[in-house]
Design a protein around this ligand. Sequence first.
Ligand code: SIN
Length: 333
Amino acid sequence: MQQKILILGTGGTIAGMAEDAEHPGKYRAAQLSIAALAAVIPGIEKAAGGSLDAQQLAQIDSKDMDDAVWLALLHACDKALHDDAVAGIVITHGTDTLEETAWFLHSCLGRLPKPVVLTCAMRPANALMPDGPQNLKDAVLAAASRTAAGAPLLTEVVAVTGGGELHSARWLQKAHPHRLMAFSSGEQGPIGWVGSDGVRLRDGQVPGGVTAAAQASLAVPSLPAPEAWPWVEIITSHAGARAAAVDALLAQGVQGLVVATTGDGTVHEALQPALARARSQGVPVWRSSRCSEGVISGGRLPVHADLGADLAVALNPYKARVSLQLALLGALR
Ligand code: SIN
């Protein structure tokens, strides 16, 4: 059977249009369909090594990303992962919350029998030199790439960003508000690169590797309708922090808190009694550093049993929030 790459469009700057192409900084995200974007990229079918199927799953600026779109993405990926005709999945997304969606999908899907590759752009589609077409073509090439033995090269959720960089969902974050190379994995660096001759993985990255047994046991957690997802907020520890911010959230029924801590996991003394009150009311409180690189000493990836713990999480606060939401849903792997 000829392989097919499925592209799921969700909007973002990659689908954006500027009123005036000479001033691409003033634009509206999520204007063009994914079918229209893919149709004008020379050689994209060749990069796919077969055919392409484009589906519009949402059409939003990713600052407005929500649980409903995440659930739709998860269902679409699950369906495609079980469809023998689909060799890989590409998701176009805005840059602003891409790291959160990547981490959500990675947390729910785990190791994969076929690649799920997110991509994006910093310039709108009608800029004089748009970055979206190259990023999308690179993402398709990455999703279609195989090992010498014919197995999919990438077996976890990854993102292709500017300059053909390939980043893991775990470390990727948007690091700059308008630079073309806006993403970074900090001290971990990219896991590889995509060029016209294919994917080059960083030394030490193991290509492929999901066994037939793992493929057969692929089970995506079944999540309830978005209205039933728990409310988890991020509270930042900063100079002049006030306990009233935590108490106001508790009074409104918040169900989980992630503290974006100073430095190595420290929390302003003014917040500590309120956070203790949260814990005593059964509201889990996890800590994650607000530093843009590195993780808190003793920090680790959360598991369901950490719900009651004063956990130091080895993720940035935005991804820690996703993990706490999934833990409360009983869906953390
Ligand atoms: C968005 O996140 O949808 C808008 C910004 C971007 O894609 O760069």
